[in-house]
Design a binder for this molecule. Structure first.
Ligand code: SF4
Length: 336
């Protein structure tokens, strides 16, 4: 399940409705009680992963974020994120998966003992998209060099890492392929990319990209198939089912092997208009195309099987009772 720690962000991506400007009533930072309440609701409903999603370094540009943090006793959102991951880890059975965006070496190092896996979408390696008129103009954390550096640091620190690309935000198909090759190169160097997400842009009211055409299912299928070829048969490839309702079954034939996190209790805060399909529906769509749906944790099986290499000391024995010998969640029946 999702924990939207803060909706304040120093960036302003052209397609985003998650981040709120300080004068918006939805601009807020969850306090520890709210974090725990969401986490406990997830725990009671069988969730395993606490996905912390948050805007990037809002305190650098927004007085409101500094005020929120001051009331909570912190100076930076990343310090607060660390302690909220620790709180969830200590007080619930959920495993934190932090998604705070770009990180420095010391920030990632600090988070590793409380978040055994982390994620950050590369989105695109195209510098062109950061130019005036592009979706990443004025978004320092979305410069490809910053994103790629974070991905490299994750490899150096041996953090099982989730990344991916966002398609349909103005990149060319060639640039899309360049982004996939960048991910492939980093994974070849470190072996740390546990999952690659191919996500389709959705045009949302009240964003500057509302009028833009959305990629259709054929474009998604084409991109997924190319991603499977570039990334090879071993890579975990994911596409979100809720962003292409009724047609997402075709993704299976294009090479995906993962539906991503599907929460029974919290909406997709990044795409709140797009309801998650029920797990029973995912199970049936998968089965009808020859697949069996199994539950995984936020750390993928390959990494759980080499804990000394990939996990902090805190997690050396943490997952043993949760997973079976194949690294997937132990129970055979998925909670419906
Ligand atoms: S997509 Fe992420 S980085 Fe961009 S504005 Fe939204 S929250 Fe901030």
């Amino acid at each position: 399940m999702f924990i939207p720690l803060t909706t304040l962000c120093r960036d302003s991506c052209g397609y985003c409705t998650f981040a709120k400007s300080p004068d918006h009533p939805g601009a807020r930072t969850l306090n520890p009680d709210e974090v725990l309440e969401i986490a406990r609701t997830g725990e009671q409903n069988g969730c395993k992963e606490a996905l912390f999603s948050l805007g990037e370094r809002p305190e650098l540009t927004h007085a409101l974020a500094r005020e929120h943090l001051k009331q909570l006793g912190y100076e930076t959102m990343l310090d607060y994120l660390h302690d909220m991951c620790k709180l969830v880890l200590n007080e619930t059975t959920l495993v934190p998966h932090a998604n705070p965006g770009s990180l420095t070496d010391s920030e990632m190092h600090t988070l590793r003992p409380v978040s055994p896996s982390m994620g950050m979408m590369l989105e695109s390696s195209s510098v062109r998209l950061t130019e005036r008129g592009g979706p990443h103009f004025g978004c320092p954390d979305k410069h490809p060099l910053v994103r790629l550096r974070t991905l490299r640091l994750a490899g150096e620190l041996r953090v099982p890492f989730t990344t991916g690309i966002l398609i349909g935000i103005g990149e060319t198909r060639a640039e899309r392929v360049d982004s996939l090759f960048d991910i492939r190169r980093l994974h070849a160097d470190y072996g740390h990319i546990q999952e690659v997400i191919i996500q389709n842009f959705r045009a949302k009211p009240s964003t500057s990209m509302f009028g833009y055409a959305e990629p259709n299912v054929d474009e998604m299928v084409r991109t997924l198939a190319v991603a499977r070829i570039i990334l090879g048969p071993e890579m975990n490839l994911q596409a979100p089912p809720n962003l292409m309702p009724s047609e997402y079954g075709r993704y299976l034939r294009a090479g995906i092997n993962d539906w991503g996190g599907v929460s029974p209790v919290t909406p997709d805060h990044i795409n709140p208009e797009a309801a998650w399909p029920k797990i029973r529906e995912l199970q049936s769509v998968s089965y009808s195309r020859g697949h069996i749906l199994r539950e995984r944790l936020s750390v993928y099986p390959d990494y759980l099987q080499e804990p000394v290499l990939w996990l902090d000391d805190n997690f050396q024995n943490y997952f043993v009772d949760l997973v079976s010998s194949d690294g997937l969640v132990r129970e055979t029946e998925i909670e419906l």
